[in-house]
Write a protein that binds this ligand. Sequence first.
Ligand code: SF4
Length: 213
Amino acid sequence: MDLRITEIFYSLQGEARSVGRPTVFVRLTGCPQRCSWCDTPYSFQGGEKQSLDSILATVASYGARHVCITGGEPLAQPNVHPLMRQLCDLGYEVSIETGGSLDIGEVDPRVTVVMDLKAPDSGEVHNNRLENLALLKPTDQIKCVLASRRDYDWARLQLDQHRLVERVADVLFSPVWDQLPPAQLAEWILADRLPVRFQLQLHKVLWDDARGR
Ligand code: SF4
């Protein structure tokens, strides 16, 4: 049983609730989406086929408790499910970062889902799979990456229309690096008293988005 892998590396979790925790990242190759601001286009193609056993051995070599399955779009490879099941069985705390266009129904319930809702400036808003919202657990998270005031207004509307805050542990609003000044987004959130969590991507602050960090 194989998966196509772009990279496996050890770093600090850069976002979401577990931000700052030492984590092993397993980046799967391939994505059906093309977000205008995507910061991992190198994961669209290439990669290397690896067996589940080999992936598990690499993960174990770092001695970390947290494992983040990311991409690309990790749900595009069906074998991601046995990988996540085995990681959970081995006692890891596992999260998956998904772009939100594919079905999350098969994800092991022990896994924390961090699901994007793509805003208009991403160019992928039409691919949001809204059926996924009903499948999210109270421990999951929804992430909105915002590039403009238009994106922010759209995200605010989604909060109301889909009662996002009631569904998950956190709704994360994050500015697109180099497009929306972080302080501007922070001001909007405070002015509107939004019950969301503002976040900056820690790995970009620390390492300027260097690959494998
Ligand atoms: S879903 Fe993620 S990996 Fe795919 S294009 Fe968008 S940002 Fe990039």
